[in-house]
Design a protein around this ligand. Sequence first.
Ligand SMILES: *Cc1c(COP(=O)(O)O)cnc(C)c1O
Length: 370
Amino acid sequence: MNGLTPEITFDLQLSEHRVSDDVRAKMLESPGFGQIFTDHMVSLIWSDDQGWHDGKLMPYGPLSLAPSTAVLHYAQEIFEGLKAYRQESGSVVAFRPYSNAARFRRSAVRMAMPELPEDAFVHAIELLVAQDKDWVSANPNHSLYLRPMMIATTPGIGVRRPASDFRFLLIASPSGMFFTGGVQPVKVWIADDYVRAAPGGTGAAKTGGNYAAGFAGQLEALAHDCDQVVWLDAIERRWVEEMGGMNLCFVFGSGPSARIVTPALTGTLLPGITRDSLLTLGPDLGIPASEDRISIEGWRAGCASGEITEAFACGTAAVITPIGEVRHKNGGWTIGDGKPGPVTLRLREELLGIQFGRLPDPHGWIHKIV
Ligand SMILES: *Cc1c(COP(=O)(O)O)cnc(C)c1O
């Protein structure tokens, strides 16, 4: 393409079967998480010879793919997750969409897929959210979850080389609380027999295969009456990495001496944008924040001695979720008194306050759409 990136544009093909106002209002009352979708989606095609082309905003609906399509066999796929919020003023905003766009590019590189320019990624979000803005609830516990993704669409089951055709799609799902029950603490199960990601693998890429590899561990967690699985590092099976689809954070000390520590990015965990935001927000609130290694014995001993006072998981979907109890094949322990702690709740209020426009946005994280 002569080193020039042609502008990526999107045609508008509006749905003729939009959900009526009444039905939509009913659907938005208790949307659940990731169960219902808006009237439209965005689609964009890549081929090695034409680059990105055929962009459109179109009615949400099923895809038609040959059974031999590459993604169905070899999981060449990446995705993102971010939210649009209706602020009190009535405007609809996204939170740090350029950070998701940058991570989408990094995931693409790891999975041998074409990079989508960040402006096109954000433009797609603006188009869909502006078109389907009536799906963004004014309920401050609800938001519009956005799911950008890219799949390999080349037909044929040979694997000599990665696919040469891809499709970018963006869909939107009105969502309530991720964990039913609000800010109830979750119980976590530490997986010993399964590993989510190994050095050199795909742990830092947002790709479906990481989840496919994790479901057996999640089932084990459920079988032990836990809500979520916590992953350890693949080599020593000792260092705490992350929880299900969320990063982890530990609170050491309390009151004015409280500080937060999150596992350092080793290449095997997903660099969460919520995690990154908290590394900035903590210090804003006078709570020092650092990245370090935390072992499973350190977590247990820290809770026993009272040095670790709280632990929580963080991610776009569930924001900040307190962890009340840990279970492991050699026994378990409670964190603090098992209830959501003050630092956890403070950070949660601060982050949601910025997202919903109740608090100032000193870091320019809010991206206004309409
Ligand atoms: C998406 C994701 C996270 C959280 O990232 P956010 O950008 O904060 O939503 C954490 N871990 C995994 C495995 C993820 O897929």
